[in-house]
Design a protein around this ligand. Structure first.
Ligand code: NDP
Length: 447
């Protein structure tokens, strides 16, 4: 790390104490930028790094709601509007007990560069709450979402900030949030949230987009770098939520064999290939646990340790659950077992040690900012359809998504080469995303 970058990192740590995930996300980007800063003085002269690590606005608010027993509960809500140089802030909402300001800031920071990579006019933001949706009734979820939106609505609009889903926020929650926004704003602003239902402004393919997009990008990377494909490969996917389910669906469609999935309690291993209809029934309909898979497929195995999933031998690993779920030891185990490619569906799922191990061992590694950008890219396509008062068919959106993912791969790959980091998509994605945002900030002055 150069002295200048080290200085910025120290300021970030001092200003944002006790936020290790945010420090980790900033450090990864700053480390990648050394060759850019060496080549172009203009970014340093305009204080771009100093400005880009500081959110434009951070909103923290009380979310009171009443549970089914009539008891008043209080959670904390967050929205971090990180950077709007390229367009309205855009990024999901996460409802999970682990949420605090540091998690939202790490996600919001990454979102800036990811959104830039999609080539759509969207800035970066993120939000959420420490609310735990697990075990809550529909009524409790609705009352929580209404209370959350009662504060959030004054900070968002189609042209200001456009939230979407993330962990714990799916179609049901977006519905309740949109309903409350519509009531408070007294306007039918379809483009204020994405991930909406298909009958009221949602886009086909948005549900599938992050998982499908991940697999499109990994397929392109395999073709470009190893002249091979997903067909016939064994694939381990962590998680069993939105991203994991639709990554599984696309891998299976392309002839790959998904042998394992997990949730936060443990993982299932089914060497015959995961029965996806059953997983969808368990997770999307019953909202149950992945362990229930064994009730109908007794030949499968269950291990009550989700992070041990990486000990399974596979050709391709797709971490699609949460941050820091794949550490250095897990990475070494995967490498020893012959993994050829890793694609990050979740945000920051690999620890820095894991990432270093993959890069040092020439494993094809697609980092989250590039690999999971399909979700937000399709959200941007949803916004376009909303602005046009139109709805495209499935094939049209899917084709656009595929083209965007292929473009992102080549942009990151070519940028890595240009800056002397051939084959390193972490550096390529960070640099390509940064330059786009930094140039817009330069053009728009010190604000
Ligand atoms: P979901 O809530 O639909 O699913 C999350 C999955 O990950 C569940 O299986 C959950 O298990 C598991 N999980 C969550 N937290 C933990 C934990 N601490 N330890 C182990 N497992 C855990 O979320 P998504 O699928 O939408 O999101 C998954 C990841 O993908 C996140 O990192 C998210 O930021 C990222 N992402 C999502 C996008 C989207 O469009 N949805 C877009 C881009 C990135 P359990 O049910 O037991 O909690």
């Amino acid at each position: 790390m150069s002295g200048y970058v080290e200085e910025i990192m120290q300021t970030v740590k001092a200003r944002n104490e006790d936020q290790p995930e945010f420090h980790q996300a900033v450090k990864e980007v700053l480390d990648s930028l050394e060759p850019v800063l060496k080549k172009h003085d203009k970014y340093r002269e305009a204080g771009i790094l100093e400005r880009i690590v500081e959110p434009e606005r951070q909103i923290v608010f009380r979310v009171p709601w009443v549970d089914d027993q009539g008891k008043t509960r209080v959670n904390r809500g967050f929205r971090v509007q990180f950077n709007s140089a390229l367009g309205p802030y855009k990024g999901g909402l996460r409802f999970h007990p682990s949420v605090y300001l540091g998690i939202i800031k790490f996600l919001g920071f990454e979102q800036i560069f990811k959104n830039a990579l999609t080539s759509r006019p969207i800035g970066g933001g993120k939000g959420g709450s420490d609310f735990d949706p697990k075990g809550k009734s529909d009524g409790e979820i609705m009352r929580f979402c209404q209370s959350f939106m009662s504060e959030l609505y004054r900070h968002i609009s189609e042209t200001t900030d456009v939230p979407a889903g993330d962990i714990g926020v799916g179609g049901r929650e977006i519905g309740y949030l949109f309903g409350q926004y519509r009531k408070l704003a007294n306007a039918y602003e379809s483009g204020v949230l994405t991930g909406k239902g298909l009958d009221w402004g949602g886009s086909l393919v948005r549900t599938e987009a992050t998982g499908y997009g991940l697999v499109y990008l990994v397929q392109e990377m395999l073709k470009d770098r190893e002249n091979t494909s997903i067909e016939g490969k064994d694939v381990v996917i962590s998680g069993s939520g939105n991203v994991a389910i639709y990554a599984t669906e696309k891998v299976q469609e392309l002839g790959g064999n998904v042998v394992a999935l997990s949730d936060s309690s443990g993982y299932i291993y089914d060497p015959e290939g995961i029965k996806l209809d059953l997983v969808k029934e368990i997770k999307e309909v019953r909202r149950g646990r992945i362990k229930e898979y064994l009730d109908e497929v007794p030949s499968a195995e269950y291990t009550p340790d989700s992070f041990d999933i990486w000990s399974i031998k596979c050709d391709i690993a797709l971490p699609c659950a949460t941050q820091n779920e794949l550490d250095g030891d897990s990475a070494k185990g995967l490498i020893k077992n012959g993994v050829i490619a890793v694609g990050e569906g979740a945000n920051m799922p690999s620890t820095p040690e894991a990432m270093d191990a993959f890069l040092e061992n020439d494993i094809l590694f697609a980092p989250a900012k590039a690999a999971n950008a399909g979700g937000v890219a399709t959200s941007a396509l949803e916004m376009t359809q909303n602005a046009m008062w139109d709805a495209w068919d499935f094939e049209t959106v899917d084709q656009k998504l595929k083209e965007i993912m292929i473009d992102i791969y080549h942009n990151a790959n070519d940028t890595a080469k240009e800056y002397g980091k051939e084959g390193n998509l972490v550096a390529g994605a960070n640099i390509a995303g940064f330059i786009k945002v930094a140039d817009a900030m330069l053009a728009q002055g010190v604000i």
